[in-house]
Design a protein around this ligand. Structure first.
Ligand SMILES: [Zn+2]
Length: 150
């Protein structure tokens, strides 16, 4: 079974919006704070792009803005800070995501994301923030660490 994630759900910083709690709340129609995704919502990320003076400073109104690795300022202080925050809190590195996408492309990235963040019960995507499936409410532990050989 081939599962795919809409390309627009990969934010310029390498974050996969499809595994964000706020996006999962949106697709599962939960009555709480939700988000359609950084690109679809033209969201100007408060701790990254609000301070961006590189290629993504114009993200607003430009849903097809490029990935941060294409910027001549990459890696900038803002992305370093975000990378650190996600590594510390959620065991994910946006810089590694970007490197993966850069080298192997988005198809492979989606494949990897499904392998890593799927619900052990129903197979849907789980939240990176609390490892919870918003469909069946199962909490799944992360099984595999990313293979560093790319
Ligand atoms: Zn589930």
């Amino acid at each position: 079974m081939k599962k795919t994630i809409p390309l627009e759900l990969i934010a310029p910083c390498g974050m996969n919006c499809a595994i964000c709690s706020k996006y999962l709340a949106y697709v599962n129609e939960l009555d709480r704070n939700y988000c359609r995704g950084c690109r679809p919502g033209n969201k100007k990320c408060s701790y990254l792009f609000a301070k961006c003076s590189g290629i993504n400073s114009a993200l607003e109104g430009n849903a097809s803005a490029s990935f941060c690795f294409e910027c001549d300022q990459y890696p900038c202080r803002q992305i370093d800070r975000m990378d650190k925050r996600y590594k510390e809190n959620y065991e994910m590195s946006v810089k590694e995501n970007l490197e993966f996408i850069h080298k192997l492309g988005t198809e492979k990235f989606f494949e990897e994301q499904y392998k890593k963040y799927h619900c052990s019960q129903c197979g849907g995507l789980i939240s990176i923030h609390n490892r919870k499936c918003f469909k069946c409410h199962t909490v799944t532990k992360l099984v595999e660490k990313r293979n560093k050989k790319y």
